[in-house]
Ligand binder design. Structure first.
Ligand code: DOR
Ligand code: ZN
Length: 346
């Protein structure tokens, strides 16, 4: 059976939550990822170096014994964040970067940024110290259609920010549009982007056609098919500015299945298998390792893992559990609605 061996992947955008949920979801990531950038949108958010260090310890305590995994911590940017605290946290090796949530853009983003001018001193200090900014790239204005919020963010926030602070290294996270792909491609330096497995697989029909399907609802929301095609092209191009960030974001079934359900797709259990299938179907299996294991470390100035994983193509489609049980309730696993033949051997 066909096999490939690749450097151990990393996840450059992951929600692990806390407490019982953390314990239940963590092994699904550490099964395949050597490192992950851990999103700080807890309640309350991770805003200080002490918060980040304590959260990192809780993650390490929850680690399955056999897995070697490094959580890379982030600070949640607020209008009160002090430049010196950020620089000190980075220099002490506690954080890898800072996350910008426009206030109200997504789950637990209420303490995020309303006025970019208020965070310019922090961002300037970060640019000077070489600390990256990870960006949830959506405007929140009610008059902007939800399907346009990423494209408008590029014009109104991202581009002006990059003009003001060209030295700031920015990761444009979970991109969902052709405009984002084009914008990253056109940049000369200091801009990278993560892409999720789900945005490579679904378009907005998955959420809305044939009934409303909350398990395909996440933010930024999946767009029309032309945008998915642009994302696929970017992921499959070998361009080092594009790399994997799963945005695996568990919510319990009761929180997903209600009149106002939570945004988030839990894909940690099948991310690598889905990506192997996508790259295989495109005849680009040789570029999988770049996307999942090499471009990310290169972007963040870290070594590529010296561990490896082996993927094997099975004669029959493999199956994944449809949900996992957690101490907080069941969490549905992303169903890509396509046959997956790849399996991780070790
Ligand atoms: O779908 C999402 N879920 N998008 C985000 O930006 C946040 C995440 C979450 O924390 O649930
Ligand atoms: Zn996220």
């Amino acid at each position: 059976m066909p096999q490939i061996t690749i450097a151990k992947p990393d996840d450059w955008h992951l929600h692990l939550r806390d407490g019982e949920m953390l314990k239940a979801v963590l092994p699904h990531s550490t099964r395949w990822a050597g490192r992950a950038i851990i999103m700080p949108n807890l309640v309350p958010p991770v805003v200080t170096a002490a918060d980040a260090a304590a959260y990192r310890d809780r993650i390490l305590d929850a680690l399955p014994g056999q897995d070697n995994f490094t959580p890379l911590m982030m600070l949640y940017l607020t209008e009160q964040t002090e430049p010196n605290d950020v620089v000190a946290a980075a220099q002490a090796g506690i954080i890898t970067g800072v996350k910008l949530y426009p206030a109200g853009a997504t789950t637990n983003s209420a303490s995020g940024v309303r006025d970019m001018d208020k965070v310019m001193p922090v961002l300037s200090a970060m640019a000077e110290a070489g600390i990256p900014l990870m960006v949830h790239g959506e405007v929140v204005d009610q008059e902007i259609d939800i399907f346009d919020r990423e494209a408008v963010f590029i014009e109104r926030v991202l581009h002006p920010l990059r003009e003001k602070l060209p030295e700031l290294r920015i990761t444009f996270e979970h991109i969902t549009t052709s405009q984002a792909v084009e914008y990253v491609r056109a940049s000369e330096a200091n801009l990278g982007a993560t892409i999720t497995p789900h945005h490579l697989v679904i378009n907005r029909n998955a959420i809305l056609a044939g009934g409303i399907k909350p398990h395909y609802y996440c933010l930024p929301v999946a767009k029309r098919e032309t945008h998915r095609q642009a994302l696929l092209e970017a992921a499959l191009s070998g361009d080092r500015r594009f790399f994997l960030g799963t945005d695996s974001a568990p919510h319990t079934e009761p929180n997903k299945l209600q009149a106002c359900g939570c945004a988030g797709i839990f894909n940690a259990p099948n991310t690598i298998e889905i990506l192997a299938q996508i790259f295989d179907d495109a005849g680009k299996l040789s570029l999988l390792e770049g996307f999942v294991s090499r471009h990310g470390p290169n972007w963040y100035g870290l070594p590529v893992s010296d561990e490896t994983i082996i993927l094997e193509k099975q004669p029959q489609a493999v199956t994944f559990e449809s949900e996992i049980m957690t101490g907080e309730g069941p969490v549905a696993v992303f169903d890509p609605m396509l046959d997956i033949f790849w399996k991780i051997l070790s």
